[in-house]
Design a protein. Structure first.
Lengths: 342, 180, 166
């Protein structure tokens, strides 16, 4: 098979998987919220309410589309579309599993193994701000603009600490930026979480802030800003905003799993690859990665229904005065230990 | 006075450095929420499963018939007088010849209306009734789209002959012997 | 062949968006088309196999600086009605400074040898490892001096922020 055809198929599959997981994350969110509050949650659409995402989607599509008269129409439409596009772009460089063997040739389960790897993620993350900012400004609404400003300043602030904690990861994984190499360096149980516990805590807090999830969901805090940057949105445009947030959550979970929890690696994978055929091992490794991803999606929801929202000054203080110095110290300590012991 | 043993006194003391990290507090909070994941759910799947009511539960009214299917109510008006919310109105009429199988006594209620938006479900109408005619049941008053829909007439209140409403839990005992 | 096609598309995009930055009436559209322009330039970097430069260009310019610009423009709420009236003196000054810039550009074009430009061989110099090696060996002094510059700017910002408390 031509590598290009394989890549195109992989891109399509990842696109569909991202959307599917995002759709069922909305269902899972409601179920987890219900279970943590001793309720049952949606259970009317289909068995156990499994058709609920489809019902929600149909509702979103059929609702009335309202574009405010005073808004900038082009930018109003551009905002949610950009947010969605940037959310979907990130999955391109995540290695989803061991190489697949088709007709004698090996195919990496990664859309693009680019040289700059992790930097690409930082670049796409920094672009995610534009969707929110454009949408919030184009609505011509005070609350939407406030939400947009909160979102962008929050995302810029937490990107720094996130980048710093990624640098510590790069230090211990032979200095390669490629995500494939980082995951490859965590064979069996040599997961980065064991070497970088502080970095992991910083990274996961920043991931919460980047995905605009509680306790950092100030851009859309309904008690202060009505709906934040998507106050004026309705119908499927609102749907895109909400949906892209869940895709971001999925990608963040995939990043946490790949950077700190060994990606598709798990203890015993080496042994399995000697006894089982290559493709079976490949599928098992994909399963391992997705198990980790689902666990972290659950953690995202678990935290949302436990911890209340921060105040905005607390958020900024945490980002600049706690996480950033802590991540710099973490980086220096990691570098120091590496130079002493090598 | 202390009502429960769960009240806590607020202490404004300086936090030590472990508490200032907030992480222990966050983890203990997350432990509390995860415990609830495995608890018994408080929700009932309502239309399929219903909650069992106490015997003294006061729900939607019913106008009873006797064993032969005749309406008990004689439109005496005691229930309307006793009603603190003034929710009950009625029109009395005289029983014609040939209607003996419909009404138990010579006088009956041609119109009997309870405004469910006014009713406070106190049960005084039931207590006032000398003819064993009105009872509050364990049925729930259904919702409606308009205010007019909540004025229940005889078509809703009188029990159908073939579908008797069970009020045995609240049946009044008229055989009280007064000792004075 | 396909890389040539991509080159033409990227070039057209960067020129059109750059023109749009200048000619657009609304400042928001100007900023947004500047972002598009940055993206097409990053595309050129990728074509030259300088992926590191491309992504840093996107992170720093499109991701951080343009967000701040967008911030300012959005908060200022610039409409046509609020555009300030310009005096004749300002107009003359603008013409003079614009003319000087034009002169510099023309002189630099004249100094450059015009002719068929040959694209350099695709090299690995743009990879992260190679850029890093160059920065920490051949260009160590400029690198350190620029970092000292950034530190002094950061310290200045902190001092300015601290002063306001009193």
């Amino acid at each position: 098979m031509d590598p290009l055809i394989f890549k195109i198929i992989l891109v399509l599959v990842m696109f569909l998987v991202s959307l599917g997981i995002a759709a069922y994350s909305t269902y899972a969110e409601r179920k987890v919220a219900a279970f943590l509050q001793d309720r049952i949650g949606p259970d009317r659409a289909g068995p156990f309410g499994l058709l609920q995402p489809i019902a929600d989607g149909v509702k979103m599509f059929l609702k009335e589309e309202i574009i405010p008269n005073v808004s900038d129409k082009w930018l109003f439409i551009l905002g949610p579309s950009m947010f969605m596009v940037t959310a979907l772009m990130t999955s391109a460089i995540i290695p989803w599993g061991m190489p697949l063997e088709i007709g004698g040739t090996k195919f990496n389960l990664q859309v693009a193994d680019i040289n700059i790897g992790v930097l690409y993620i930082m670049g796409v993350l920094s672009l995610g701000v534009y969707g929110i900012m454009i949408g919030g400004w184009a609505s011509n609404n005070k609350y939407a603009l406030l939400g947009a400003i909160r979102a962008s300043s929050q995302m810029i602030s937490y990107e720094l600490a996130m980048g710093m904690s990624i640098i510590s990861i790069l230090l211990i994984s032979n200095g390669s930026l490629s995500l494939n190499a980082i995951v490859d360096g965590q064979k069996e149980w040599h997961w980065n979480i064991l070497y970088q516990p502080v970095g992991f805590i910083i990274f996961i807090i920043c991931a919460f802030a980047e995905a605009n999830r509680t306790p950092f969901d100030l851009p859309e805090s309904e008690s202060e800003l009505i709906g934040g940057y998507h106050t004026e949105y309705s119908s499927m445009k609102l749907g895109l905003f909400l949906f892209a947030e869940y895709i971001n959550m999925f990608i963040s979970s995939a990043m946490i799993a790949s950077l700190y929890f060994g990606g598709y690696n798990f203890p015993g994978l080496e042994y399995l690859s000697t006894v089982l055929p290559n493709n079976v091992v490949s599928f098992i490794s994909v399963g391992a990665l997705f198990t980790k991803i689902f666990f972290f999606i659950f953690v995202f929801m678990w935290v949302r229904w436990t911890i209340p929202r921060f105040r905005y000054d607390q958020l900024m203080r945490l980002g600049w005065q706690v996480l950033l110095p802590l991540s710099i110290i973490n980086m220096l300590v990691t570098g120091g230990i590496l130079t002493i012991f090598n | 006075m202390q009502l429960t043993n769960r009240s806590k006194v607020v202490v404004h003391k300086e936090m030590n450095w472990v508490e200032k990290l907030y992480l222990p507090a966050i983890f203990s909070g997350m432990f509390i929420t995860i415990k609830h994941l495995f608890k018994k759910k408080a929700t009932l799947r309502y239309p399929e499963v219903t909650r069992e009511f106490a015997p003294v539960y006061r729900g939607m009214h019913v106008l009873k018939r006797d064993e032969e299917g005749r309406e008990n109510c004689t439109a005496c008006g005691l229930c309307a007088v006793s009603c603190p919310a003034e929710a009950i109105t009625m029109d009395a009429a005289e029983r014609k010849k040939g209607e003996e199988n419909l009404y138990r006594e010579e006088k009956y209620a041609a119109k009997y209306e309870i405004n469910m938006l006014r009713c406070i479900f106190c049960g005084l109408c039931e207590e006032a009734c000398p003819k064993d005619a009105i009872y509050l049941t364990d049925r729930i008053v259904p919702s409606d789209y308009s205010r007019g829909g909540f004025v229940f007439g005889k078509d809703v209140l009188v029990e159908p002959v073939d579908q008797r409403i069970d009020i045995s839990k609240r049946k009044k005992d008229y055989s009280i012997v007064h000792n004075n | 062949m396909s890389s040539q096609l991509i080159f033409y598309i990227l070039s057209a995009l960067s020129i059109v968006s750059a023109l749009f930055v200048v000619f657009s009436r609304s400042p928001i559209y100007s900023v947004l088309s500047l972002i598009v322009c940055f993206f097409s330039i990053a595309g050129h970097y990728v074509m030259l196999n300088a992926q590191f430069l491309a992504i840093v260009h996107i992170i720093v310019y499109a991701g951080a600086i343009m967000v701040l610009m967008l911030f300012t423009v959005m908060l200022l709420n610039l409409n046509k009605s609020t555009e300030p009236h310009k005096t004749n003196l300002t107009k003359i000054m603008a013409i003079v400074s614009g003319g000087l810039l034009m002169l510099t550009l023309l002189a630099s074009i004249k100094a450059e040898k015009l002719g068929v430009y040959k694209a350099p061989e695709v090299s690995d110099i743009g990879y992260v490892q190679n850029v890093g090696m160059k920065l920490f060996t051949d260009f160590l002094l400029p690198f350190e001096i620029s970092s000292v510059l950034f530190v002094s700017a950061m310290i200045a910002a902190v001092v300015l922020a601290k002063k306001e408390r009193n």
